[in-house]
Design a protein around this ligand. Structure first.
Ligand SMILES: [Zn+2]
Length: 113
């Protein structure tokens, strides 16, 4: 399942969108896919990047699954997360690409099969 996430920072009012998850037809065809919200290090742009896409230079991105991209720990059954297989991102306290405060939310907006 893939979702379009709406990103919103309560500190600077930054808004963005990013894809998260995997499309069922890709998984059912035997391929790996998992889009994760990420910041392109050079441009600061928020994107959804498939962590299995070998055409993307993964080292050019900071992924929101990385603990440096959110504040606090992810505690099972306590922290509110959005999950896709073993990839988890936090709904709140994410680092904003605009102001670098940990005040950005990810809200699932549209879900695709
Ligand atoms: Zn911000």
């Amino acid at each position: 399942m893939a979702s379009s996430l709406r990103a919103y920072c309560t500190a600077c009012r930054f808004k963005g969108t990013a894809l998260f998850g995997a499309f069922r037809f890709v998984i059912e065809s035997g391929n790996s896919q998992c889009f994760v919200p990420a910041i392109h290090k050079a441009t600061g742009k928020l994107e959804g990047i498939d962590i299995y896409d070998s055409t993307k230079k993964q080292e050019e991105y900071s992924f929101y699954t990385d603990p440096s991209m959110y504040e606090g720990e992810i505690i099972p059954m306590q922290t509110r997360t959005i999950d896709c297989f073993d990839q988890k991102i936090k709904i709140e306290h994410n680092r904003c690409p605009n102001c670098n405060q940990y005040n950005m939310f990810f809200i699932p907006e549209i879900t695709f099969d």
